[in-house]
Design a protein around this ligand. Sequence first.
Ligand code: TXA
Ligand code: MG
Length: 353
Amino acid sequence: MGLDVDTKVVKIDDKNIDESCIDEAALIIRNGGLVAFPTETVYGLGANGLDEAAVKRIYEAKGRPGDNPLILHINDKKQLDSLVKYIPDVAHRCMDMYWPGPLTILFKKSDMVPDIISAGLDTVAVRMPNNKIALELIKGADTPIAAPSANLSGKPSPTQASHVIEDLWGKVDMIIDGGMTGVGLESTVLDLSGDSPMILRPGGVTLEALKSVVPNVTMDSAIIDESEKIIPRSPGQKYRHYAPKADMTVFTGDQDIISDRILKEAAKYVSNGQSVGIMATEETKGKYHIGQVLVVGSRNNKESIASNLFTVLREFDNLNVDIILAEGVESDYIGMAIMNRLRKAAGGQIIIV
Ligand code: TXA
Ligand code: MG
């Protein structure tokens, strides 16, 4: 599919949902079209998850590699029964605690799920998003909605409708503008399809939080040790993702030492005639007097950093900087997901100061 689709943008207020807009979007999904819609994490690019031809259009619109499986979004737990072979007890506990919310669960898939969804694997990823527009859309479409993040493959995930418009204009039938998403990073992917529960992608539901429901949960070692040797279990984790155009380096360690080091590096690049973007935090922004400084959030409120991260990466693209020097955060709680995305955005260039 080229740039040949009339894209319609509709604004929906989640506090006062216009049902006729939802009906129109749901009809597009039922007829095999593509609708980008907000969730609480990032915008999704939705199609009827049980319609192979429709799902194929998702891969085409995004330029997504065919070996990267998709998440099915549901609005009612009952929909799960037909999609999976069985639901382990631990999954019931997770769903009771975190659905609707930023937790995707992997199950053994049933024959109902087309192979194009699971990219040939025997598992299927399912989540119930915590966003009224998304839930009403799925309900109206009366089918599970397959939805990856609504960005071009390799670009930062969209957290505002304008990001979707930038990436997918002319490639999707409708874009629902529901304002800014909340969490700002994609959902946690939790594999409950085997004997040992494992997080394949860190996200809004943290390892620490999951431990209260799944005490034996572990992290895929490919997430912790990103050396090339370990192949991630989640195909999506192996790509350089969320990548801005500029060459990016992340600095972690003590806050003051980080900013001193970034300042020094920035000065070096600037004297070489390169334009530098600095991803700063509220606490450190006053220290930087050169480069294009963007504040991503507060170190005292890492959720704010998660929420703004992809917007800031896209802003650096628009500023056309050559180099991005970014402050890292501690890898606990939501910090683990932030560092995972930063590491991928930087193509692994992390400096511990
Ligand atoms: O928050 C989110 O999860 C967003 C919103 C739209 O719901 N969606 C999203 O989808 O991030 P996507 O396609 O960008 O990322 C899905 C991730 C990929 O890393 C993919 O490899 C992994 O989930 N995944 C999906 N199905 C899988 C499976 N059967 N086995 C292993 N990993 C799977
Ligand atoms: Mg994605």
